[in-house]
Design a protein around this ligand. Structure first.
Ligand SMILES: CC(C)(COP(=O)(O)OP(=O)(O)OC[C@H]1O[C@@H](n2cnc3c(N)ncnc32)[C@H](O)[C@@H]1OP(=O)(O)O)[C@@H](O)C(=O)NCCC(=O)NCCS
Length: 413
């Protein structure tokens, strides 16, 4: 039996989409095929792995195109790897590895300097030199314990920020502008194009999981729209206090964040608020009078691979100037192995290879892990993942790569 990687076309798109859904244990709704084709999929970035003996698609993969914000505010093209499945009938025959190699080659040819993904299992992508670069948190809180001891809102908060409801059509017009501002000021975030907004805001009954349609509220300050929340209500019968499920909350100012969370904590008939994928360093915990009531469950979010290591290192800014030689060892990418010298001047790095002895040694995956500033290198040294060779090299590495706030990828793909 031979597995051949082939392009996805309008002829095999339906079979490909069904194969993706089956790979994740789901049946496909006919609307999903059109929605993905029209609003999200870039067909020339998709791969179908075909068993040549049956001519059936047995594995799927591909990428979406994104712009990723880096520490310092630059944005770079990123391949957002997605749709990766192999049919249970054809597992462990190399289809996944073959598709990943093709996706990386294709991404490099397109000029992407980074690829990123959300992993269904955390042990899948290290072998392809992906490092976990962002952690985020799922939250749960009883709003009865939602009082603030600290807040950037003035005592008379009505004057600086107010929150109002909008309907779905208004939300579709307003949310993208606020999200784009957040994207440009938040390292780790990716853009959302018009099609992707339609895809995200699709809200028919079958995607609600038994909860209400989406509600939307906007925060406005001095005539500027500075934040939003999209949420659903779930009530299990008349006596249930109900759960308010935040599906996305984005703000571009501290006051908008505070005003929206104050609004969310103020509902009658809500016994619990849940929120998924909150930033690792979201300030809400520091605003609550009884912060332990905010139950936070940390999980991995964006995994990153540096496709062009010098270009990626030169694209972000650094927190400390200086010179550091990073030795990279890689079984999977022998071509990137070697020592890279970072000369950082006025926060900008120039990077070239050297034959000098390195100050620190790590894999490309561990470099990707510290790249966005969300994971400090210290624990990676303690875990035996990064070797420090010269005295003071960990302090230097930490000072250079650290950032003022944690990266956040609000967009799941
Ligand atoms: C994950 C998945 C795509 C792997 O497909 P596959 O074609 O069997 O993978 P490959 O044969 O190319 O294996 C590549 C390597 O990954 C390992 N691997 C793959 N899936 C694994 C799993 N679930 N658990 C542990 N190791 C796994 C293989 O052992 C192999 O390791 P090696 O390089 O050391 O030999 C497939 O199992 C699948 O469809 N899973 C369900 C959907 C899913 O989770 N997709 C990922 C979305 S992020």
């Amino acid at each position: 039996m031979t597995i051949e990687l082939r392009p996805v076309t309008d002829e095999n798109f339906v079979e490909w989409r069904k194969a993706v859904r089956h790979g994740f244990g789901m049946q496909v709704h006919p609307d999903d095929i059109a929605r993905l084709r029209n609003d999200r999929a870039e067909i020339d970035r998709l791969i179908a792995a075909v068993d040549t003996s049956s001519e059936r698609i047995v594995a799927t993969g591909g990428a979406d195109s994104y712009s990723l914000t880096l520490p310092g505010g630059a944005t770079v093209p990123m391949a957002g790897v997605a749709y990766m499945t192999t049919s249970v009938t054809h597992r462990r025959q190399g289809a996944f590895s073959g598709m990943m190699a093709q996706i990386h080659d294709d991404a490099r040819e397109r000029g992407d300097i980074i690829s990123g993904l959300w992993a269904s299992q955390s042990h899948l992508y290290g072998r392809f030199d992906y490092g976990l670069a962002i952690n985020s948190c799922d939250w749960e809180i009883d709003p009865g314990f939602g009082a603030f001891s600290h807040s950037p809102l003035s005592a008379d908060d009505e004057s600086d920020a107010h929150v109002y409801f909008v309907d779905a059509d208004e939300a579709a017009a307003i949310l993208p502008g606020i999200y784009e501002q957040m994207h440009l000021q938040t390292a780790g975030s990716v853009d959302r194009n018009t099609g992707r907004w339609r895809y995200e805001l699709f809200d028919e009954e079958r995607v609600r999981g038994g909860a209400s349609p989406l509600f939307f509220a906007i925060c406005e300050e001095a005539g500027e729209q500075t934040g939003y929340v999209a949420y659903r209500m779930r009530r299990l019968g008349d006596t249930d206090m109900g759960t308010l499920e935040v599906s996305e909350q984005v703000s571009v100012t501290d006051t908008a964040h505070a005003a929206i969370w104050k609004f969310l904590m103020s509902f009658d008939l809500v016994g619990k608020i849940t929120a998924t994928n909150r930033p690792a360093d979201d300030p809400l915990w520091w605003m609550l009078s009884d912060p332990r009531r905010l139950i936070r469950k940390s999980h991995d979010s964006l995994w990153v691979r540096l496709l062009d290591i010098p270009a990626a290192l030169e694209a972000r800014t650094y927190n400390a100037d200086g010179r550091l030689k990073i030795g990279l060892v890689s079984k999977t990418q022998p071509e990137v192995a070697g020592t890279y010298v970072l000369e950082i001047d006025d926060s900008q790095a120039s990077v070239k290879k050297t034959t000098d002895k390195p100050d620190v040694i790590m894999t490309p995956a561990d470099l990707a892990t510290i790249y966005l500033g969300g994971i400090a290198p210290g624990p990676l040294v303690e875990a035996g993942r990064i070797d420090t060779i010269s005295t003071g090299s960990l302090a230097k590495l930490h000072a250079m790569f650290s950032t003022d706030s944690a990266p956040w990828c609000a967009h799941y793909f």
